[in-house]
Design a protein around this ligand. Structure first.
Ligand SMILES: [Zn+2]
Length: 190
């Protein structure tokens, strides 16, 4: 792993954070009046929650590393970063601005993020790492979600799907590891 290899990973992190904030900003305007408003989690519970999320992300990266017996620093950095950055959509409430609950915890958001990373960064392996981090986050979060934000702010509890989300996170992490390994091996023999 040389230093250059982390550049697309950092670009992916920036792209994801920007898209997350963009969804948050758009949601301030597209939410119908009377839609559910989020309260900011009390500040002292945030570090432990984020630490738990980050640890889960690192674990996913490690599993993929072990399965494919290839140390992939990009995955180990990217997955936990994505897991944590998903909560950037709480920023307005942190600043005291009224906002709808979890505007970026949305299937439209992850679909766009997946496509953007695959087309702009041109790294499908990183797309799957992003998907892994997102669904790991959804697998741990509880409460209400707007799955079609910012188009619709109908809220659902996704508690019945947490196991499926975590399974999807694991499958995505393994797909990312597999594609990353294939990419590295292909390069070596090219
Ligand atoms: Zn969250």
């Amino acid at each position: 792993m040389n230093r250059q290899d982390l550049r697309p990973v950092l670009l992916t992190i920036i792209l994801y954070a920007t898209l997350d904030l963009l969804f948050t900003w758009v949601s301030l305007y597209t939410r119908p009046p009377g839609s559910l408003i989020g309260l900011f989690r009390s500040a002292d519970t945030i570090p432990s929650h984020l630490l738990l999320l980050a640890a889960g992300g690192v674990a996913l990266g490690l599993i993929s590393t072990l399965v494919f017996r290839r140390f992939d620093l990009g995955l180990l950095v990217l997955i936990p970063s994505i897991v944590v950055l998903t909560d950037l959509d709480h920023l307005p409430s942190a600043l005291g601005i009224v906002q709808p609950i979890r505007p970026a915890h949305s299937f439209i958001f992850i679909a766009l993020a997946f496509i953007l990373v695959a087309t702009v960064i041109r790294r499908p392996d990183l797309s799957f790492a992003v998907m892994s981090g997102f669904f790991a986050h959804l697998g741990v979060d509880t409460g209400l979600f707007p799955p079609l934000s910012p188009v619709s702010f109908d809220y659902y509890t996704l508690a019945n799907y947490q196991a499926e989300f975590l399974a999807l996170a694991l499958i995505s992490a393994l797909t990312a590891g597999y594609l990353g390994k294939r990419r590295a091996t292909g390069k070596r023999y090219a």
